[in-house]
Design a protein around this ligand. Sequence first.
Ligand code: SAM
Length: 330
Amino acid sequence: MEVPCVRVPREEGEATRRDLAEADLIADDREIRVKDGWLYIPVVDSEAVPAGLAVVSREVPVRETQTTPADLLGFDPSYERIGDVALLDEDDPERADRIARAIVESDLPVGTVLNKASKVKGETRVRDWELLAGEGTETVHREYGFEYALDLATVYFSPRLATERHRVTEQIVDDENERVFDMFAGVGPFVIPAAARGAKAVGVDVNGRAIEYLHENAGRNGVTDRVTAIHGDVREVATEFEGRADRIVMNLPHSADEFLATAVSVAGEECTIHYYDIQHDQDPFGPSEKAIRDAASEAGYDVEILTRHVVRSYAPHELNVCLDVRLSRA
Ligand code: SAM
């Protein structure tokens, strides 16, 4: 069936759509369509369309309405998404089951629902999960155009750091052949964008499963030739890379200070370090700054703090922070 549509050049589409939406004129039960450089916006009343906008009659498909978990529950549940897995943090098992059922029955592209069953633990920072719906804990997550295969039961991954990883990897300049060393690489969400920006990237992780995924993800994202993935304790692996890094990523908050001597040993004559920490909000940067200055000056480097950046709130009065630091051989 044909319906009245406002027809505008594609470049003017978004502004016109906003104006029509403000006037409550868009027919929400129909899809907006693009054809041959024109946008067709279905409207509920052709007579009410402002003068100057062309109205034509056109066949546009009926819009599929999406059922959300909130539609089924009557409240908006909170959950995170990693690939096709939804992650809950619910203490009440009945409420957790109800939410899981609603997520699976909704139109969200989710196959598995997991509930947090422990804090992140031990060296590998993996947590336990309770499986509420679906079958597996393995998925493929998309972030800033990259794909990461991972298994939540065996590796660490947090989608909340997406913007932060992008902030850091955007600093890599394509034609400079940077040597990037990620000391705690996980499945590669710093290493792979770095390699895609032209760096030679080394990723180390003590978790063998994470390194297997890092290999796989390098292939998935077409950067295998610029990625070296090494399974081991970075304190041992680092001896093969002394003085060879232009940029170092240290994403192991809580204990990164124990690895500063290793980081400094890997640094080249000039090197940028992205150092992550969790600190009290009364002095979020002071302790990290002091630890970095002590380690770097002992090894003969001058230190310039480039950025003091709050990544996110971690817990009441605790902040996840990042210091971008430039080391230059004195
Ligand atoms: N950078 C990754 C990301 O953003 O998803 C992973 C960060 S996770 C917080 C820290 C990682 O450090 C874990 O994958 C853990 O296995 C690894 N790790 C912990 N101690 C290590 C060590 N001594 N040497 C190498 N990797 C280590």
